[in-house]
Ligand binder design. Structure first.
Ligand code: CU
Length: 113
């Protein structure tokens, strides 16, 4: 009887461990939403292009809500790196502000300030 109990415990332990591994694998992609300033479809294209750095699988900016929803691999990049890239392209956001130089490069229809 003792042997049976030990076997059952061993099986449960293995099942629990593999379950934990499965969860780690699922955490390979993370989705975050940040506020990003902008006006038009040109802004949308620029913001989404800037956001698509290595490790980013999805980036979608909403003109109506001024939000960017991005899905990325957290082992490759993070939301701050993405936000810095967007600021470098001239768009203020929750995490980083565009420099005057970057902002001045925007076409007049894209001036949101
Ligand atoms: Cu624009």
């Amino acid at each position: 009887m003792k042997t049976v109990k030990i076997i059952i415990i061993a099986i449960l332990a293995i099942a629990f461990t593999s379950n934990t591994n499965a969860q780690t694998t699922t955490a390979k992609s993370k989705t975050e939403t940040i506020k990003v300033s902008g006006n038009c479809d040109m802004c949308k294209a620029r913001i989404e292009k800037a956001a698509k750095i290595d490790g980013v699988t999805k980036a979608e900016w909403s003109k109506k809500d001024k939000t960017l929803t991005t899905t990325f691999d957290p082992s490759k990049t993070n939301i701050d790196a993405i936000a810095n890239k967007i600021a470098a392209a001239g768009h203020d956001n929750d995490k980083a502000k565009a420099t005057e130089v970057a902002y001045d490069k925007l076409p007049s229809c894209c001036k949101y300030r």
